[in-house]
Each structure stands twice: as C-alpha cells, then as structure tokens.
Design a protein around this ligand. Structure first.
Ligand SMILES: NC(=O)c1ccc[n+]([C@@H]2O[C@H](COP(=O)([O-])OP(=O)(O)OC[C@H]3O[C@@H](n4cnc5c(N)ncnc54)[C@H](OP(=O)(O)O)[C@@H]3O)[C@@H](O)[C@H]2O)c1
Length: 322
C-alpha cells in the first residue's frame, strides 16, 4: 500500500530502460512481452515518465497495458523542459506545462486517468505549493488519482503535502545508496507517505553481473555516473562479493537479496526494479518470496560497508532537492 489508499503489488516494474537511459531502446516486442509477463505474475505498478524517450516509453506502456487498464496502476512523471521552453534549469513545472503535459500523457498512455503522477525533479523556479495546486486541480477533474514527488527533500515534501496529500515519494534507495534513512524515511512514516525506491539494483551493479571490465553502450547514463567509473567499480566489487556470499547462503541471487532487503525495511516500501528481459523479471519478482528476518537484515547491514563514489555527475547532482 502506498499512502493511505493506493494498493499496489509488493514489487513494481520500472520501464525506463525499455526506451531510454541504460543504452539503446530495447526491442519493442520484447519489452511488451516483459510487461505482459509482469501482469501475469501479478505486478500492478508500472513506472514511466514523459522524459523517457522522451515520450516513447509512455507510448510503449499505453500500447502494452491497454488490454489490462483496469487491473494496473500506471505511474508517470512530469517536470523536465521537453517542449523547448529554454528554461535554464532544464526543468519546467509551471502549472500550464503540467496541465498540457498531462493531456499528452493521457493520450500516449491510452487512458482517461493517471493513477500516480509524480513531479520528476523539484523545480527551483516554481514554488512547490503552485505545483501541488496544479496537481490538485487535475485530481479534482478526475484526470489524476494520486500525487507523488521524486528526489524531493523533506521540507518540500511537507509543503507539498499540506496543499495536496502526497501518496508516494520516488527516490534512489538501495544497499549502496542509503541516504534516505537519515531524514526521508522518518518523515514519510510520520506523514503516511509511501516510498518507491528507484534503481533498487544499483542500476545493475548489485546483481553481480557488472565488473570493472563491463562496457556500456553510448548514451548509457552509467558512462557518466561517478559510481560507474572503472576505479570506483573496482573498489565496489568487494561489496558485491559479500552480497554474493550472503545470497548463496540464502539460496537466492544477489538481485533478490538486494530487493528483499528493501522489502524488509518497511511495509510501505515498493521497489521498482527495471529489466528488459523476461527471465530477469521472473528472478526479481521472486524476491517477494524471500522474507529476511531482522537478524538477516542486521547481518547484511553489518557485513556490507558503505559503497564508494558519488551517484551523479555534477550537472545532474544540482537537480537534487535538499
Ligand atoms: N525518479 C527518477 O528520477 C528515476 C531515476 C532512475 C530510474 N527510475 C525508475 O526506476 C526504475 C529502475 O531503475 P534503474 O533501471 O535505473 O535501475 P535498476 O532497476 O537498479 O537496474 C536496472 C539494470 O539492472 C539490470 N538487471 C535487472 N534485473 C537484473 C537481474 N536479475 N540480474 C542482472 N541484471 C539485472 C538491467 O539490465 P537488463 O535490462 O539487461 O536486465 C538494468 O541494466 C526505472 O525503470 C525507472 O522507472 C526513476
């Protein structure tokens, strides 16, 4: 459950890399097969954004999910300057842009309502009250069911929540990025806001399938992320080796332990691992059957040192609200 009243499956499916971000777009039929297999397996939360493509990922979800529309929860995001408004920040959360953007999302997603609409990044030039007010109007019109924020700091969350209740925050959280534990998780618990960790597999690194020799395709974000520099990858391999050992003892895979660890944090934490492959989707969804005890969680916490390296290059880092 996210917030007070958005029922979703234990794990969702992150659909970004099917169109954008982690190398070239995947084959369309293969992506649709992954989405359909997820529906078969009982996944109900599907995550996209206007900027993924831009727009191609929303179109893909619209096509794939149309036959199952009433069974699933579709989450999308607005907030990047995608129509050439030439905003210095690269962001655009002006109310008119939000409203026009939602009309486009509804068409691409082939639906009459967006179940969960996130602001993708906090826009320093638009007060969050105006953003929440615009979303409130869309909720009143029935075009949006729930409001979310992404990578927002605690003050922003509180201010937004006072105007339009926030159902979920989506920010990075995983075994190797644990900053949300300091302030974010306690604030969400206090306010009754759900949490959707993105990149729960550390953009693939926590699965044990990436090492310092792995090459990423041109256009893959990981070519510019400090955590994926060859040196930092090499330094973090010891971390993954420990994760592999723990996984072996639990008769699970490292990806499943990384996801089960998130699920063990709070019942209102719903990770959205991304994959372009059916067999990996099946593996990841298997994490829902691995119950880690508090003792297991403590053991993992004690065994794994903090991972090294910043997560973003400076240009993206400045988009993070604090
Ligand atoms: N709000 C935001 O700003 C934001 C930012 C980033 C992401 N997101 C959302 O979060 C979702 C997930 O994040 P993410 O894609 O960045 O990272 P992730 O889920 O941590 O990792 C995805 C990567 O791991 C690989 N992978 C997945 N399962 C695997 C397995 N069992 N074994 C080995 N490799 C595996 C995938 O490759 P294959 O495709 O080859 O399996 C892909 O390269 C995205 O789809 C997107 O919806 C949101």
């Amino acid at each position: 459950m996210l917030g007070n009243n958005l029922n979703v499956s234990t794990l969702g499916l992150g659909c970004m890399s099917m169109s954008f971000g982690l190398g070239p777009a995947a084959d369309k039929q293969q992506s649709i097969a992954v989405i359909h297999r997820a529906v078969d397996l009982g996944v109900t939360l599907f995550d996209t954004a206007q900027v993924y493509g831009p727009y191609a990922n929303e179109e893909l979800l619209g096509e794939a999910l149309e036959p199952f529309r009433d069974q699933v929860v579709i989450a999308t995001k607005f907030g990047f300057d995608l129509e050439g408004a030439d905003r210095e920040s690269g962001l655009d959360s002006r109310p008119e842009t939000i409203k026009n953007g939602v009309e486009g999302s509804l068409k691409r997603l082939r639906t009459d309502r967006i179940d969960l609409l996130y602001q993708h990044r906090v826009d320093p030039d638009v007060p969050i009250e105006e953003v929440a007010g615009a979303v409130k109007e869309l909720v009143d019109e029935g075009k949006v069911k729930h409001f979310g924020l992404s990578e927002a700091g605690v003050q922003t969350i509180r201010r937004a929540h006072a105007v339009q209740p926030v159902t979920a925050l989506q920010s990075e959280y995983s075994l190797w990025w644990r900053e949300p534990e300091d302030e974010i998780l306690p604030t969400l618990e206090e306010l009754g806001v759900g949490f959707v960790p993105f990149s729960p597999l550390g953009k693939g690194f926590l699965t044990g399938k990436i090492d310092e020799t792995t090459e990423f395709a041109p256009g893959d974000f990981r070519n510019t992320g400090p955590r994926f520099s060859t040196e930092v990858r090499k330094a973090n391999l010891a971390f993954v080796e420990l994760l592999k050992e723990i996984a072996e003892r639990k008769h699970a895979t490292p990806a499943q332990i990384a996801l089960a660890w998130l699920l063990a944090q709070k019942p209102w934490v719903v990770p959205i691992p991304g994959t372009t492959k059916v067999h990996r989707l099946e593996e990841n969804i298997g994490a829902a059957d691995i119950a880690l005890t508090p003792v297991d969680v403590r053991e993992i916490d004690d065994a794994l040192p903090p991972a090294q390296g910043d997560r973003y290059a400076p240009a993206q880092q400045r988009l993070i609200d604090r």
